[in-house]
Design a protein around this ligand. Structure first.
Ligand code: GLO
Ligand code: MG
Length: 344
């Protein structure tokens, strides 16, 4: 049975255009506006940071957090939208300047763990067991500032505390090799799946692949997908695009390299991604130049491109490809792929 894909994005994907060199270029919209936009676009789910779900979370009591999470759950139910995951935002607070789980300050490490446990509680209320860990500041600006071996132990310790706190929670590590750090401790899917083995319950530690992050690591996102799915560990996905080794661009899916996007879709298809309810999420941003009236185009376009590439993957001439491969005629295979993508 071919998969009917389900789609998702986060409130941060309707961003206002700020970059390190200039202010916003679009006026901020509130959460309700974003939820309404998601529904209008026909997406199925929303992904959340803990403080997207409960704003100003650090200033609130546990009971206040529970109350607000329940209100959000009702809003989502009324809209018929699922919460795909919740991710602790461990890179904004003054407590995470030097990292979260791997901070050199034990008080700050404790803050990171407490906040992650709150995030798991929010997930429970929103009806998702998936906790995404983008380990933004777990790394170094200079190598001598931290002990790499100790950092691995600290990461495992933090994951173990989360796994012990809730026997159902699943941790999905989103690797990224750099930015904001010079070097991150968990730069690739291989690292994510390897560290899973050191935890108290490896079965509940998987990964999330973001196309741009794989490209920044000099890897092919399609190979990362095949690798993670060989372990049954690809629990979420951030499709987007990236033009080479520079800042994280979060371009629309297929915007830079259509052939790479095609190969990512083929990898998802051959591994049956989505069959267990996994979502296709687009971690994309509008260009800074985008006018407010075109604000949602990057999301709609990413899904359009994805669905067109699903058709391309399903109509790919496998029989001819097999013959060309058997004859080691890769020049003809290359041209066949190009012509297939160009269409008639
Ligand atoms: C940044 C990441 C970020 C995460 C999000 C969820 O590079 O891609 O957008 O995906 O914070 O944890
Ligand atoms: Mg991402």
């Amino acid at each position: 049975m071919p998969t009917r894909y389900k789609f998702c994005f986060g409130p941060w994907n309707i961003s206002e255009g700020q970059d390190p060199y200039g202010p916003t270029t679009r006026p901020a919209q509130d959460f309700d506006w974003k939820l309404c936009a998601l529904k209008k676009l026909g997406f199925d789910a929303m992904m959340f940071h803990d403080d997207d779900a409960v704003p100003d979370i650090d200033g609130k009591s546990d009971s206040q957090i529970r109350k607000e999470a329940k209100e959000l759950k009702k809003k989502l139910d009324d809209a018929g939208i699922a919460a795909e995951m919740v991710a602790p935002r461990l890179w904004f607070s003054p407590n995470t300047i030097d990292g979260a789980y791997t901070s050199n300050d034990p008080k700050h490490r404790q803050y990171a763990i407490d906040r992650s446990l709150r995030c798991i509680e929010i997930g429970k209320i929103l009806g998702t067991d998936l906790i995404v860990l983008w380990l933004a500041r777990e790394g170094t600006y200079l190598r001598e500032a931290k002990n790499g071996r100790r950092s691995v132990d600290l990461l495992v310790e933090a994951f173990d505390k989360m796994l012990a706190a809730d026997k159902k929670a699943r941790l999905s590590i989103e690797p990224k090799p750099n930015e904001p750090m010079d070097h991150a401790y968990i730069p690739t899917i291989g690292h994510a799946l390897a560290i899973a083995q050191l935890t108290r319950d490896p079965k509940r530690v998987g990964c999330l692949i973001e196309s741009a992050h794989a490209i920044l690591a000099g890897l092919d996102p399609a190979d990362e997908i095949d690798f993670a799915m060989a372990f049954g560990k690809l629990w979420s996905l951030h499709l987007n695009d990236q033009n080479g080794l520079k800042f994280d661009q979060d371009k629309p899916f297929g915007s830079t390299n259509l052939r790479s996007a095609f190969n990512q879709v083929r990898a998802l298809e051959r591994n049956g991604y989505g069959a267990k309810g996994e979502y296709v999420c687009f971690d994309v941003h509008p260009f800074r130049t985008t006018k407010p009236e075109h604000w949602l185009a990057h999301l709609d376009n990413s899904r359009k491109t994805f669905l067109r590439l699903v058709e391309k993957a399903r109509s790919y001439d496998d029989a001819t490809a097999k013959k060309l491969i058997a004859n080691r005629d890769y020049a003809a295979l290359d041209q066949m792929v190009i012509e297939h993508l160009l269409g008639k």
